[in-house]
Unconditional design. Structure first.
Length: 115
């Protein structure tokens, strides 16, 4: 890991880019010097699968997409009897910091990628 950290933020392949981060160049550069261009499709595939998984999870969590979980006969059921509720009133709107982070981080990422 120390080798990747030593590359710095502007490393992308065999040359340095003046515009900051070189995308996934930090991972491709060390493997590219050893294995040539062969790992590039693997990195692209893994990036696509990771992005798709994140989008699917976000859709299921925030939009309720997909089928509801199925009940299985052998699952243990908890009723919550005798427990105190964590909140006194139901709140439908998330707190501002929780809504701001997923709104601001992608915007910052797009801004850094465009620069």
């Amino acid at each position: 890991m120390r080798g990747l950290a030593a590359l710095g933020p502007s490393w992308s392949g065999r040359r340095r880019t003046p515009a900051g981060y070189g995308g996934s160049g930090c991972a491709r550069a060390p493997t590219g010097e050893v294995a040539g261009p062969a790992p590039t499709p693997v990195f692209l595939l893994l990036s696509a699968v990771t992005g798709g998984t994140m989008l699917r999870a976000a859709a299921r969590i925030f939009l309720g997409a997909g089928p509801p979980p199925q009940e299985r006969a052998g699952d243990a059921e908890t009723t919550g009897e005798g427990e105190e509720p964590e909140v006194r009133t139901a709140r439908r709107v998330p707190p501002r910091p929780m809504a701001a982070v997923p709104a601001v981080l992608p915007a910052l990422g797009l801004g850094a990628g465009a620069g």
